[in-house]
Design a protein around this ligand. Structure first.
Ligand code: 6R9
Length: 587
């Protein structure tokens, strides 16, 4: 039985919520109105960076803190909206001086540092495409993404460059400029790179924002599929309309409020809600440069007087594991709203929020492709623990089944599981999969975008997550392609075939497990297992590499030679093996 609903956060009511009555908010909401509330005239242009920073400076709010960066030793570096505008404009001028044209793509491979914000906003301001690469990736995933995205500029540190990029640079003929944010200025610059700080210091901080239109591509994010290369998801400048609206309706961010989004900027949440959306609301972002640590996190929540917190289930489960007493060692009088995204948020975690921090976690659901939150539990509405919530105003979401003849049918029964489907037309819907129009087309069926997630929808419109419809793995909130891991394993000389699946993990949600078939002449020893593991980690980075490798005599294949991950999963979990008629060797 589902746990009882939780009515309102106890501390709610201290600020007026943007959304108080769900049904009337849905009735009244229009995207045109939201669009107008930003850059005004519908026919004029729209620029994400302009909405995020310039507007506040123009209104005389430039002195407000846009972001506070906290370092390992608790040093705090504050950047105001005006300073961020200045550094963004400098970077826009740097791009100009390097001769980078409109529409070209600029990438960062950086930790959570101020330079990432300047590069992101400056790139957008200049009308170029910004792409943030996950800094824990190894050389292989970086190479694939830099190639697929035709990236012309990369901003990274000397350490990352030496460890991850130098060896693949020859394979990236389109990468014209590498700018180094130096960690140690005594070290010479790596050959073929330029000094980021030096270029910035020479650049002017006046710049006329590029006249971008709603339909111009602004962001490139990479996401993982089941087969083939990663998918390059493009979002246009219009995405800012939905990122802004949801930062208000779902995260409830007010000007001057302190907001902490714990997502890494290498993933979509870290840009949409770690940067753009909250700045359009005039909030102050807290950015922790360090990795997760329970004591550290509670100290940040308390000392930085966080008002609104957006985090992820894996982190919440790790906090639960560290124990409720640790949470209660401090008090959080300013905290008034907590939300979560990225993986299923179990009911216990929602309820634990009340116990440990005085309010429930509010689950939200969306994807890189949707560009902003689509389904949510709203701060002023009751929370159903274990449910992802209801469709955001302006979003039509349903659970559907595929009917014969390519039609979709809306599932009416709250018991029946189907696929999550969204009616196209919201402003942050992805505009393409880079160089894969067929794949893009295939995501839309019968007038709906199919998300590839399975869910139930109850009579009140609350969605309950069931699982993914494909083989993609979500581990600690990171979307991982089994294909990418299999390909990296197969570059090891001992590996003939590999099949990779996600296995349940109490903290990370899923962990990556590989089944490996060895080439003739190799023995399945512990030493070989360690070698293959090391190889995978060097190529992929520790976050993506398998945590477990099992040797198999032979992997189950279809008659066409494809590894049957479904069967590997069923065997691993002791589930029924289902239809085996296509299994190789079956008559
Ligand atoms: C924002 C983001 C998208 C996939 C999505 C689904 C899973 C996201 C979830 C959730 C259960 C939630 N997912 N939110 N599963 N409950 N509240 O995570 O984007 O990296 O593209 O991942 O993540 O499977 O389809 P992305």
């Amino acid at each position: 039985m589902a746990p009882p609903a939780i009515h309102k956060a106890p501390s709610a009511g201290t600020v007026p919520h943007y959304l108080t009555d769900y049904d009337s908010a849905r009735r009244q909401f229009t995207w045109q109105q939201e669009r107008r509330s930003l850059a005004g005239d519908l026919d004029s242009g729209l620029n994400m960076a302009h909405e995020a920073i310039d507007r506040w400076v123009e209104r005389g709010q430039g002195g407000r803190i846009a972001a506070r960066f906290i370092d390992r030793n608790w040093g705090r570096a504050d950047v105001t909206y005006a300073e961020l505008q200045g550094s963004a404009r400098k970077f826009a001028n740097v791009l100009g001086s390097l001769g980078i044209g409109r529409g070209a793509a600029v990438a960062t491979l950086l930790g959570r540092v101020p330079e990432l914000f300047s590069v992101a906003l400056g790139t957008l301001e200049a009308g170029k495409v910004f792409c943030s690469l996950f800094s824990a990736f190894g050389p292989e995933p970086l190479k694939t993404r830099l190639q697929l995205g035709h990236l012309q500029v990369l901003v990274t540190t000397d350490g990352f460059y030496r460890r991850k990029v130098a060896a693949i640079r020859d394979t990236l003929p389109e990468l014209r400029h590498v700018l180094i944010v130096r960690e140690d200025s005594k070290e010479p610059l790596p050959p073929g790179t330029a000094d980021f700080a030096q270029l910035m210091s020479r650049a002017s901080d006046t710049y006329e924002t590029a006249p971008t239109r709603d339909t111009d591509v602004a962001l490139l994010h990479f996401t993982s599929g089941t087969t083939g290369k990663p998918k390059g998801v493009t979002l246009t400048h219009a995405a800012v309309v939905a990122q802004h609206a949801t930062s208000q309706l779902v995260l409830d961010l007010h000007p001057g409020e302190v907001f902490w989004c714990t997502a890494d900027p290498g993933w979509v949440t870290g840009i949409a809600y770690g940067l753009i959306g909250p700045l359009t609301c005039g909030a102050t972002l807290i950015v922790d440069r360090e990795e997760f640590d329970p004591r550290r996190w509670y100290r940040i929540l308390a000392e930085e007087a966080i008002n609104v917190w957006y985090t992820a289930p894996t982190a919440i489960r790790m906090l639960m594991k560290a124990g409720t007493p640790l949470a209660r060692e401090r008090s959080y009088p300013r905290l008034r709203h907590m939300a979560s995204v990225g993986e299923p948020l179990n009911a216990e975690a929602v309820i634990w929020g009340v116990e440990a921090l005085g309010m429930p976690f509010h689950d939200t659901w969306w994807q890189t492709e949707t560009g902003s939150i689509m389904i949510a539990n709203f701060p002023a509405c009751e929370v159903l623990p274990g449910s992802m919530g209801r469709a955001v105003p302006g979003i039509e979401a349903q659970v559907v089944r595929r009917a014969p003849g390519g039609k979709l049918e809306i599932v009416e029964s709250p018991e029946e599981v189907g696929e999550i489907a969204l009616r196209p037309g919201w402003p942050s819907m992805f505009s393409s999969y880079l160089e894969n129009p067929e794949r893009y087309q295939a995501s839309f069926i019968d007038g709906w975008y199919l998300a590839g997630d399975l869910a139930r929808r109850d009579r009140e419109g609350y969605f309950w997550f069931i699982g993914r419809a494909d083989d993609v793995i979500k581990s600690s909130g990171h979307l991982i392609s089994p294909f990418e891991v299999e390909s990296a394993l197969m570059t090891h000389p001992a590996v003939a075939q590999a099949g990779v699946i996600g296995v349940p993990d109490p903290i990370a949600g899923q962990a990556v497990k590989a089944f490996v078939e060895l080439r003739d002449g190799f023995e399945p020893t512990e030493e070989l297992r360690r070698k293959i593991m090391g190889h995978a980690r060097r190529q992929l980075g520790a976050v993506v590499a398998p945590r477990e490798i099992a040797f198999e005599q032979s992997l189950p294949r279809t008659r066409s030679g494809k590894i049957m991950r479904r069967l590997l999963r069923a065997r691993e979990l002791g589930l029924p093996q289902g239809d085996l008629s296509t299994l190789e060797g079956n008559a």
